[in-house]
Design a protein around this ligand. Sequence first.
Ligand SMILES: *Cc1c(COP(=O)(O)O)cnc(C)c1O
Length: 364
Amino acid sequence: MTVTYAEKLSRMPGYKAGVPTGQAPEAIAAGRIAQLASNESPSPPHPKVVEAIARAASSMNRYPDPDATLLRRRLADRYDSQPGNIAVGNGSCDLLLAAASALCEPGDEILYAWPSFSMYPYLPALTGAREVRVPLAEGDFLDLDAMAAETTAATQLLIVCNPNNPTATHHPVGEIADFLEQVPSHTTVILDEAYIEFQTNDDPDASLDLTADFPNLVVLRTFSKCYGLAGLRVGYAIGSSNFRAAVDAVRQPFSVNALAQAAGAEAILHQDDVLTRVESTVAERLKIQEGVGGLGLALSESQANFSWIDLGDLDEKAILEGLSAKDIAVRAGAPLGDPGHIRVSYGTPHEDDRFLAALAPLLG
Ligand SMILES: *Cc1c(COP(=O)(O)O)cnc(C)c1O
């Protein structure tokens, strides 16, 4: 007899990290490799956040607060919400997985656009729910009407990634509201707003007001991107108290570690720093969009901290290798669902200059 694993293992998508080399973290830290593959912030966390983490470090003999009381209260204060309506997770990915496990069983459906965030296919794979992928519309925007039309009595979970990863496109809050009107009230809608701070169409808090009108709506956000805390793993969901209770029930009590709780609780206080980070991101966005467009390549309309570049007739693998030879890591389009593309995250001004200078000679 040999060991056998669960059948769902064969369904798992098999995540591939952005930087494949073992020595990469040192090379990134030393500034040799421009790590433009994972949509991280090129800026370290706010100094007060680093201090809060250091202070919390001396109590590591204790388990974290299972209720993340301070973090949830600070988030509630910041967003004019109630702590009871806020769930926190070990990164927002933890909340996505918990939502699927709390909502979905075999026979149910999970619906999302495609290409979209590479984590979503884990949700049907793990739960045995049926995956429904809705192709993007013109310009790499979500086809919100088609998504609403695809919902059925079996749709337990519908995920809207706005701005969408990997295409960087954003739908203003009015379009999201119209969409929610069309979605049946038994379907939980997760509005994944990992990049919402970077968009300039709307007040980034406007979508949270929708939770008052749509009890089936959950707004998902993270400290991983704009706040520069990807390494700590902390995200949050604002929705109903029922949603919060459900995702808490299916996870271990200590899912958010004490350093992450301390960091998030401090980071949310520094909204001035968020604005500074957004400003520098928007400057890099203009530079990359104009620079790449000037080389004759088409890009989607980015409202995020990365661009989605259409390589046309160029060979995706050759472009990736050419950039890699210049120590620049970007994400390949093929594994993200659309071959012939690359996704480039905005780095420091110097890294983005390096990217543009390395790309130009590869276009032949
Ligand atoms: C990066 C990202 C997240 C964040 O994941 P964390 O687990 O919070 O680090 C969530 N959704 C999307 C679409 C992302 O790109």
